[in-house]
Design a protein around this ligand. Structure first.
Ligand SMILES: Cc1ncc(COP(=O)(O)O)c(C=O)c1O
Length: 455
């Protein structure tokens, strides 16, 4: 038997992407899906029948040898693409050096280096402190605990359409689909929601603060500067500055959940920078370590009033994840953020004509940088387009009620973006001309689940 260390890593053979060699999903994929369905939690909201085994750059190969152009990046996670040589080298080096040590209990050097680096790039002036966890939801939980602890207040406000995760505190803030709450009540008490956007702030001030919850008892308001799972919703320009002003007026902490919108994806390091607004607490995860599990809560220094033992984690800030994050941040600053901006402009220019071309189906093309959402006339159309794209070798993901989102790696080239735009446009044209048949196919291949690809 081959020792694991001697096993060669199979690389993707150089081919143009996409390159499909079987029907989609192929025979091995269908067989694997049956195996998976026998053993794994049925709660996992699989979007469609992709069975990935290898990745390289923006390309993903499935178990049947089909090569896909990945415009999902594992839901905005693989920010530097698959197998980026600098990230791989940093991870390999750290694996050989020190794979794990609990940074909650000892002074792991790379943990503090990562905290300092995140403090340097955070959109927060002055000194910061950082807590590292393993995932997005974990740092949302940390921020809820810290906000209550440091303000001595109990209420928390979030926005309808928000997605903040699936653990108890985080899911209590999540308000994108009622399925996330079904059968789990009662959720965390003291959480209130208002609509996303300036109209929601009228409701916050005129209804919530006046009739239900005194603002002096609100610890924090959690906001995604651009909503992710809710459908890549960019708020009106007055929203975030006014939210900051409301928080300042009442001593409420503003928590920017940049778990999906951060790490350079929108053409700035943090999406909130598009509005010149500073949060009190910044949350990052997903793309910040290129796919290694890491969550970060960065706060103004004076907010970390909690004491020894109030919070921690065995694995949080694992050294390998920290090594990946440090390499990722360097790459973002060396050009990937600029590329996200340029490729985003290319995408919007290429996709906006779809609104005129298919006016009965395509309602909007929106987003910033490489957070690209196309809204359709219905959820069924969005899912049919997602499936038609998959059939052509392009991976995209449904979001919100009727949106298809694209969040390619920030390494995507101009040529790859052109291919993605062409394949997506063909998928929309296919659905437009062949609606009944395409909807039937999507239903047959399982694309029409009620909740898909959450995150
Ligand atoms: C904005 C936002 N916040 C929080 C989360 C939760 O992150 P995780 O799935 O790592 O717990 C997500 C995940 O999709 C997200 O998009």
């Amino acid at each position: 038997m081959t020792e694991i260390a001697d096993r060669p890593v199979d690389r993707i053979a150089p081919r143009t992407v996409p390159h499909l060699v079987t029907e989609i999903p192929g025979p091995k994929a269908r067989e694997h899906i049956a195996f998976d369905q026998a053993w794994t939690s049925p709660s996992l909201p699989r979007a469609y029948g992709l069975v990935p085994v290898r990745g390289d750059g923006v390309a993903v190969e499935d178990i049947d040898g089909n090569l896909f152009l990945d415009f999902t990046a594992g839901i905005a996670v693989s920010s530097t693409g698959y197998n980026h040589p600098r990230v791989s080298a940093a991870v390999h080096h750290q694996v050989d050096q020190l794979l794990h040590f609990s940074a909650s209990d000892f002074y792991l050097p790379i943990y503090a280096q990562t905290a300092a680096e995140l403090g340097r790039i955070a959109p927060i002036q002055g000194r910061t402190r950082t807590y590292l966890g393993n995932s997005g939801a974990e740092v949302v939980e940390a921020a809820m605990k810290l906000a209550r602890h440091t303000t001595g207040r109990q209420y928390i406000v979030a926005f309808l359409g928000a997605f903040h995760g699936r653990t108890y505190g985080a899911v209590s803030l999540t308000a994108s689909k009622s399925r996330y709450h079904e059968g789990f009540g009662p959720l965390l008490p003291g959480v209130h929601h208002v609509p996303f956007g300036s109209a929601g702030l009228d409701e916050l001030e005129d209804r919530l603060f006046k009739r239900l919850v005194p603002p002096s008892e609100v610890a924090a308001i959690f906001v995604e500067p651009i909503q992710g799972e809710g459908g890549y919703v960019v708020p009106d320009s007055a929203f975030l500055p006014r939210l900051r002003e409301i928080c300042d007026r009442h001593g409420i902490l503003l928590v920017a959940d940049e778990i999906q919108s951060g790490a350079g994806r929108t053409g700035r390091m943090w999406a909130i920078e598009h509005w010149g607004v500073e949060p009190d607490i910044l949350l990052a995860a997903k793309g910040i370590a290129s796919g290694m599990p890491l969550g970060a809560m960065v706060t103004r220094e004076e907010l970390m009033t909690w004491k020894i033992g109030h919070h921690g984690s065995t694995f949080g800030g694992n050294p390998v994840s920290c090594a990946a994050a440090l390499a990722t941040i360097q790459l973002l600053q060396e050009g990937l953020i600029d590329n996200a901006q340029a490729r985003g402009e290319q995408a919007f220019e290429g996709l906006r004509p779809l609104i005129r071309r298919h006016e009965s189906l395509v309602r909007d093309v929106r987003g910033k940088g490489l957070m690209i959402g196309v809204r359709f006339d219905s959820g069924e159309t969005a899912e049919a387009v997602q499936d038609a794209a998959f059939q052509r070798g392009l991976l995209v993901l449904e979001a919100g009620e009727d949106v298809v989102r694209m969040s390619p790696p920030l390494t995507v080239s101009a040529a790859e973006m052109s291919i993605g735009i062409r394949l997506f446009s063909e998928a929309v044209a296919d659905v437009a001309s062949n609606r009944a048949q395409v909807l039937r196919h999507a239903a047959r291949t399982g694309a029409l689940n009620e909740v898909q690809a959450s995150g």
